[in-house]
Design a protein around this ligand. Structure first.
Ligand code: GLN
Length: 196
């Protein structure tokens, strides 16, 4: 049975996620209003601008019902701005930007610095044999993760040390990079395979 997966389509890279999920055989619905949440088995929150997505979630009345579904266990994949919208703590956010606070991580918006705002890196992802090309665009930097968060990939930081770029806690999976901007479907595939 194909899974019915919503892609939040208020702003950002929803088209690319839709294409990736459809290639994998999912039945994809665009989510812009509360009534679009009905019948979803999973949801993707794309990259874009977290402040804008937050504002549109509020003005469309989608924030509260979606927050409820995620807290009840709806499987969610959040990429880049989607990671920010799902993180428990956001540093350098706009004061009025809201988060679902459904994964126990602290992220810094645009945390990789403006001068290296966008870059690509080959990532070693837990469970994948070949590297995954990570596309980072003004990405959030994960500053800390609760021990209960499962880190699936990290990146070496220029100043030393490393930071999580893909992680999962309960029903929430987030990446600071954009898996939808490459032809590699393995992250979307992993997300779909983990659906009950
Ligand atoms: N910097 C953006 C934000 O704060 C995220 C960038 C992205 O999603 N590519 O929302």
């Amino acid at each position: 049975m194909p899974k019915t997966v919503g892609v939040l389509a208020l702003q950002g890279a929803s088209r690319e996620h839709t294409a990736a999920l459809e290639k994998l055989g999912a039945n994809v619905l665009q989510v812009r209003m509360p009534e679009h949440l009905r019948g979803l088995e999973a949801l993707v929150i794309p990259g874009g601008e977290s402040t804008t997505i937050s504002m549109l979630l509020e003005s469309s009345g989608t924030f509260e019902p979606l927050a409820h579904l995620i807290s009840e266990g709806l499987p969610v994949l959040g990429t880049c701005a989607g990671m920010i919208l799902l993180a428990k703590d956001v540093i350098d956010g706009r004061p009025d930007q809201k988060s679902f606070a459904q994964i126990d991580i602290t992220v810094r918006r645009n945390g990789f610095g403006r001068q290296i705002a966008s870059f690509e890196s080959d990532l070693k992802i837990s469970g994948f044999t070949a590297p995954f090309r990570g596309v980072f665009i003004r990405a959030p930097l994960v500053q800390s993760c609760d021990p209960s968060v499962e880190t699936l990939a990290t990146i070496e930081l220029d100043g030393g040390g490393q930071s999580t770029v893909l992680c999962r806690q309960r029903n929430v999976t987030v990446s600071s990079f954009h898996p939808e901007l490459t032809d590699d479907l393995r992250i979307h595939q992993m997300f779909l395979e983990n659906l009950a």
